[in-house]
Design a protein around this ligand. Structure first.
Ligand code: PEP
Ligand code: MN
Length: 337
């Protein structure tokens, strides 16, 4: 991996770009505390011999980690992702994304959107294309589901996050969603990651149930390397020997990721726990550990849910959890500043 960081003038940058790009290096401009910095990156086998004698305006870096664009080496300020409804992810506010596992009907979405908005969520979640373990299980409502979710979200001025499974669905999902979700099962589907990278849309990347933190950051790097810096990392539990919970929420991943990357980190206690009774303690732990946000399954009637009812909170339980979350977060604010 060759990494050349520019610290020269615009002219020097222009003069060299042509040679660097002809040599197989790609330019990335990232905003840092010193303003935008252009970095050229490419594989070791890029035609080094064709590079012009390196001007002192370019610093050749030997990255200590393979996830260069995701790392703090390249970008020393937190990435803040701004959505059309005014939500900022990775900034000073704790971001709450909530809603049912799957979109089931117009009324279910309307009720869910109203309830989660009332308790402080600014992003509505819901799956229209569902990654189910069984091919015989409910697979989601597809395009109809996207429309229902968008309508419900618009009425409440919420943003929309929804999962993309098939690269062919990306254009239509981009029309209806503010954030593209990559599910745990596709965390290392590199072809899909590259495609969502090309859209430039915010991407919520879920950690695979078997991916290490480094592999997770390398998955994010696939999206970033397509020029899309709008990536949100989501810890949603990993598979361990424990069977009392659906997965094991890796709380330590939060401070570890925050130490290694400028990208926002959110936590999904619902898919980690698999049991609504555990959502509140896990959500509080995630916030205490420094998460930038939470993504939580909330269903108006969990007992009738077509997917993940056991781990979905009723609106009243979500409301009481949010009171505690807000108390904790405001108490932490004094320590953050
Ligand atoms: C989901 O959020 O709907 C989902 C399927 O989660 P995960 O990919 O984390 O299992
Ligand atoms: Mn679910």
């Amino acid at each position: 991996m060759i990494v050349l960081m520019n610290s020269g003038t615009d002219n020097e940058l222009k003069e060299h770009s042509r040679f660097f790009e002809a040599s197989g290096l790609r330019a990335y401009t990232v905003s840092t505390s010193k303003g935008p910095v252009t970095t050229f990156m490419g594989p070791d086998h890029a035609g080094l011999e064709q590079l012009p004698k390196l001007s002192p305006a370019f610093q050749c870096m030997q990255p200590s980690v393979p996830y260069v664009l995701a790392s703090k080496t390249i970008k020393d300020t937190p990435t803040v992702i701004r959505l059309a409804n005014g939500t900022s992810i990775g900034g000073k506010d704790l971001v709450i994304m909530a809603g049912p596992c799957s979109v089931e009907s117009e009324s279910q979405m309307a009720e869910a959107a109203r309830a989660v908005k009332e308790s402080g969520a600014t992003v509505l979640r819901g799956g229209a294309f569902k990654p189910r373990t069984s091919p015989y299980a409910f697979q989601g409502l597809g395009l109809e589901g996207l429309k229902m979710m968008r309508n419900a979200a618009d009425r409440e001025e919420l943003a929309v996050v929804t999962e993309v499974m098939d690269p062919d669905d990306i254009p239509v999902i981009c029309e209806y969603a503010d954030i593209l979700q990559i599910g745990a099962r596709n965390c290392q589907n590199f072809a899909l990651l590259k495609k969502v990278g090309k859209t430039g849309k915010p991407v919520l990347l879920k950690r695979g149930m078997m991916t290490t933190i480094e592999e997770f950051l390398m998955a994010a790097e696939y999206i970033l390397s397509e020029g899309n810096m709008n990536v949100i990392l989501c810890e949603r539990g990993i598979r361990t020997f424990e069977t009392e919970t659906r997965n094991t929420l890796d709380i330590s991943a939060i401070p570890v990721l925050k130490s290694k990357t400028h990208l926002p980190v959110v936590v999904d206690p619902s898919h980690a726990a698999g049991n609504w009774k555990l959502i509140e303690p896990l959500a509080l732990a995630a916030v205490a550990a420094g998460a930038d946000g939470l993504i939580i399954e909330v269903h108006p009637t969990p007992e009738t849910a077509l997917c993940d009812g056991k781990q979905s909170l009723r609106p009243d339980k979500f409301a009481s959890m949010m009171e505690k979350i807000n108390q904790l977060y405001s108490m932490m604010a004094t320590h953050r500043s």
